[in-house]
Every structure is written in C-alpha cells, then in structure tokens.
Design a protein around this ligand. Structure first.
Ligand code: CTP
Length: 410
C-alpha cells in the first residue's frame, strides 16, 4: 500500500512499545516496526515465548528495535531488573500486534504472568491492539467479552479483518493491514486539538468521459488532500473525504466517498458541507467536461468514422469550492488551494476573496518540489485577515500538519 500520506516527520524521537504475541501473523510486526522506525519513532519490543516460535529477537534488533525483551527473568546481570516497568515510564503508546485471544484475556483480567502482560498492566498511556486468531476463537463469547472490556477501558482496536486465515478457515480473524495499525499508533501519539470538529476534504483529480473508454483528467495524485485528511483524523477530527480516482487508501476511521466526475464530487461535497465545521478543497477538479458526442458516451468512437481530426467541445463544470463558499454559514471555515503558474500572490488573493475563503494555500505548478505528483510542496499561505506566510519546500505531510496549526490562530 502507498503510505506517502502517513509519513509524518513530526513524531521524531517519540517512543512506542510494540508487543508481539504468538500468531502466524507475527512476521507482519516486523513490517510495523519498519514503518515506525522510518517515521523516526524509537521502538522497544517485547516478544512473548509463543511469538518467538514464529519470529526471532534478532530480526527485530536488525530492523532497529532499541530493546527486545524476550522473558521476565534472565540470567544476564546486564539486563534491566525493571524492564517490566520501562514501557509505562518511557513509551507514549503501547501497541500489541498481533494480539492473540490469550493476551486479550490476560489484559482484560489484569493477569501479569509474563513480561508483556506485566508491561501492559503497568502501562497507563494509549493502547492499540490488533487481534489475529482463528475466527472461532475471535467469535467465542469469552473473547468477545474480554474485547468489550478492553475497548470500554479506552483501548483502540484495529481489526481483525475478514478473509481466509492460516488454518484454512475463513472469517474475521486476520491481522488488520499493517498500515492501518501504523496509522492508529500515529493517532495515539497525536494531540487531539481537532476533537469535536467535523472536517470535509475533497481530493484527487476528476475524470470527464468523452466516450466509453477515453476521458479528460489531470495528474493529481490526491496526496496533499490525503495528508490533510489523515492528519485531521489523527488530531481527533471526524473526517469525511470525497475522493476522485486515486490509488490512496485511508485508515478505517476516515469516511471516504469515491467519485469520478466533478458533478459527482459536487453532489457528495454539498451533502456533507452543512454538517461540517471545516472544508478543505484540494481536488484538482476538471474545470470543463466534454459535451457528449452525438453517439453518446456509452459507445467507443471509431477512428475510421472520423475525418482525420476529432473536435471535442467542452462545457464548464461546477466550481465546488465556490459553491461551498456561497452556502458557508457563520463559524464554518473554508480552505482552498490555488495552483498557479504566474502571479501567485495576486491570483491567490483573488480566489480567497471571490470564493469566500478563510485560508488559501497557493503553490506554483510546473516547478520541481511543488504541486502535482510531488511528495513535497512549496506554498504560500494567505488568510482572510491579510496574513501571508511563505513556507520552504516541505513534505506534504508537514504542510498539512502546519495548516491545521495555523487554523488555531485564525
Ligand atoms: N476548485 C473546485 N472546483 C472547481 C475548480 C476548482 O473546488 N471546479 C477548487 C480547488 O479544489 C482549489 C481551488 O478551487 O481549492 C482553486 O483551484 P484552481 O485550479 O487553482 O483554480 P480555479 O478556481 O479552477 O481557477 P483557474 O483554473 O482559472 O486558476
């Protein structure tokens, strides 16, 4: 899965503790470790004795785990006698992935009979649990009751996902996608300054068909919008995304409406807007759509039927951002983007006023390190009070994070 919209640089130096229990899916915790380490998060690991039947401590050390606990009591004098308390004192989140029915039961009942269950009992911060087990074990009344207990105490559950499991059965029991677990860990580490807010984000390109197999579009990847959506969700907001065609996937906590055309995007966005506190329109909407040919868009145009040239007439598409601005109510915040090749500031000021925006993020297109299909952006931000900020080239994740910061002062 593409994780560009999860690569936030602001977690540098944070520490999390990763507990791994005995499941065939234990090898996937190495992938989770890699994502955490890539995000510059320091990770301590505990492997239960059963987990070590599936994966070894050396693999975790090699991939960057700072400590790997494998037992409560060892014969090595150098070992920390208080390692069972260390995660509770130094880690900002505890993630257990994969979590067996056994660890879920032990955590629900406060049983501390090995290193991981003892560390979990002594841990007071946010806990993320990703179960993996046979579907019959997952649906057992005892597991259900234990799971409910943990969720009621504030643990965040990720998955399990439906599908085939190792033993050949099919049902709920697969470990959730590692990217979803990773996103929940980042969320656990984030401030919750957008809690209680509902945020709408439009993103990606639109496609406007001119026959059954051809369309007009643009190279937008949707990355900037996805970074805004994911960071708002991590910071506590309820987030609704209206996405044009894009390969990006979102954590399960983000609601996503997938659309193709500008008119579909408008319909979805205008339905969500009245209940939103903020909207951020990042979509690269096609401003025009082809007028359907006489044969209709259901048929493929044949070259042999043309006279050597094809003339396509275009008609204007609705401006989604402008439409939201026209129905903006007191207290709602509307953020737009401006992609410009010339006159960046003047064009952005014009759009800010014309579309009744509170904030506009302007960037040059057609230059390296900015705009379409780039993982970074160089932007100038203007707000309705006249403030102008020019930011250096930054990862789009960081641009998104800073935009939400800036809104606190608007
Ligand atoms: N936008 C929109 N619907 C459209 C066109 C644009 O919602 N049909 C939004 C974009 O998501 C962006 C802002 O309007 O937030 C500005 O888009 P941009 O393409 O820079 O400018 P336009 O308003 O389309 O004007 P122009 O193409 O003439 O620069």
């Amino acid at each position: 899965m593409n994780t560009a919209h999860l690569r936030f640089p602001c977690f540098l130096g944070r520490r999390v503790h990763l507990g791994v229990t005995g499941s065939v899916a234990a090898y996937k915790s190495l992938e989770l470790l890699r994502l955490l380490v890539d995000a510059h998060i320091s990770v301590g690991v505990t492997l239960t004795p059963s987990a070590q039947r599936f994966v070894g401590a050396e693999s975790f050390r090699a991939l960057g785990a700072e400590t790997v606990d494998t037992a409560m009591f060892t014969d090595h004098q150098a070992d920390d006698p208080f390692a069972h308390l260390t995660p509770g004192r130094s880690a900002k989140a505890l993630v257990i992935a994969p979590a067996t029915a056994n660890i879920i039961a032990k955590m629900a009942h406060g049983i501390a009979d090995d290193m991981l269950s003892t560390q979990a009992l002594a841990f007071r911060g946010p806990v993320v649990i990703a179960p993996a087990m046979n579907p019959a074990m997952w649906s057992a009344p005892a597991t259900k009751a234990n799971w409910r207990t943990l969720l009621e105490r504030g643990a965040v559950g990720v998955g399990p996902a439906p599908g085939p499991v190792a033993c050949g059965d099919t049902g709920e029991g697969r470990l959730a996608p590692v990217e979803d677990i990773f996103a929940q860990v980042l969320r656990a580490l984030s401030p919750k300054d957008l809690a209680g807010k509902t945020v709408l984000v439009t993103l990606g390109p639109t496609r406007e068909a001119w026959d059954a197999v051809r369309f007009l579009s643009n190279p937008s990847s949707g990355l900037m919008g996805a970074c805004l959506a994911v960071s708002a969700w991590m910071r506590g907001a309820e987030v609704h995304v209206v996405a044009g065609p894009t390969a990006l996937e979102f954590p399960p906590g983000v609601s996503v409406t997938r659309v193709t055309t500008a008119r579909e995007m408008l319909a979805a966005a205008t339905e969500l807007w009245p209940a939103a506190d903020m909207a951020c329109c990042t979509a690269a909407v096609c401003d025009f759509r082809p007028l359907p040919p006489a044969t209709g868009t259901e048929r493929k145009l044949k070259k042999r039927d043309l006279d050597g040239e094809l003339v396509i007439r275009l008609e204007p598409n609705p401006d989604i951002l402008r439409t939201l601005g026209e129905s903006k109510r007191e207290g709602q915040i509307l953020i737009g983007f401006a992609a410009e090749t010339d006159d960046l500031l003047a064009q952005a000021r014009l759009k800010l006023a014309e579309k009744r925006l509170d904030l506009i993020v302007a960037n040059r297109v057609g230059v390296p390190g900015s705009g379409f299909d780039s993982s970074t952006n160089t932007v100038t931000v203007l707000d309705r009070t006249g403030r102008v900020e020019q930011w250096p080239e930054l990862p789009k994740t960081e641009v998104a994070w800073r935009i939400w910061d800036l809104l606190q002062h608007l």
